[in-house]
Design a binder for this molecule. Structure first.
Ligand code: BTN
Length: 272
């Protein structure tokens, strides 16, 4: 594991390792050794990358951005509200800064996937996994950056920034993405800057300005949705209309046939 020179607004080291099992596990090891708040571990390839709800996260070597940020709080009550969603928002804002032509096409799918494209056809470009062991939080992000091909089962659902740009702006070249060796670190720097801002808890109102930034990028806001409530092995399916996000990051959906919205904290929106 080596330390790389990259501006980190958390004022903590950024580690790189070519191949790891999962940056989530590497981050846990760093935490156990006393690594400070904001320590980052970045890898080129993960042998056992993991996603939410027990799914694997498999990507081609050297094509994408994969990292975990360690956040240390005094206890669980000190976690910023809606930490997971705000991390997704930070990633979306960073992608928009990285490739300004994509602004308007970057959506946050609750709780924290990043989708690219128009709502009906949007495909997943990044996934975020938030784990905690009490006072430590591990924010893992996987951004599909340069990968062109995806396995058959993901072909309809996944996209990289590079292939999205090429499909949608065929007449332009994207200098950020052409600098293939530098692209992952350039994007990481922007994500860290945005994450640092988005996780700062304002001491004075407006307390929930993150909520406004998120709503304008929220996947399926105001649209019919299918929501699978709960963990993957015991899901209850709701059909309804997506109304928004609450102050604590909960998803607000009015189920079909009901007059009052419901608030969900655990589950996933289905893409269909
Ligand atoms: C999801 O969409 O289900 C979340 C995917 C999270 C993937 C990232 S890649 C870096 C970090 N290490 C992992 O093993 N997972 C996260």
């Amino acid at each position: 594991m080596e330390i790389i020179e990259l501006p980190n607004p958390f004022d903590a080291p950024v580690y790189y390792e070519e191949i790891v099992d999962s940056t989530m596990d590497s981050s846990r090891s760093l935490a156990a050794k006393g690594a400070p708040h904001g320590t980052v571990i970045l890898a080129d390839f993960q042998q056992k990358g993991r996603g939410r709800q027990g799914r694997p996260w498999v990507t081609e070597k050297g094509q994408n951005l994969m990292f975990t940020v360690l956040l240390r709080y005094t206890d669980i009550n000190a976690f910023p509200k809606a930490l997971s969603l705000r991390s997704g928002l930070a990633a979306a804002l960073a992608i928009e800064e990285f490739i300004p032509a994509m602004a308007g096409s970057v959506l946050v799918k609750w709780p924290n996937d990043i989708m690219l494209g128009k709502i009906a056809k949007a495909k997943k470009a990044a996934g975020i996994l938030v784990e905690s062991d009490g006072a430590n939080v591990f924010i893992g992000m996987g951004v599909n950056l340069l990968q062109n091909d995806f396995p058959k089962d993901l072909y309809e659902k996944a996209v990289s920034l590079f292939s999205f740009f090429n499909e949608n702006f065929p007449e332009f070249e994207c200098p950020m993405l052409l600098a293939k060796n530098e692209a992952p670190l350039m994007l990481l720097e922007k994500i860290l800057a945005n994450l640092h801002c988005e996780l700062a808890v304002p001491k004075t109102p407006p307390l929930n300005s993150w909520n406004q930034r998120l709503l304008s990028r929220l996947y399926k806001l105001g649209h019919p949705v299918i929501f699978a409530e709960g963990a993957s092995d015991s899901q209850k399916i709701w059909k309804g209309h997506l109304d928004g996000i609450g102050e604590d990051g909960e998803l607000i959906v009015t189920p079909d046939g009901k007059s009052k919205p419901m608030r969900f904290i655990n589950g996933e929106l289905r893409v269909y």
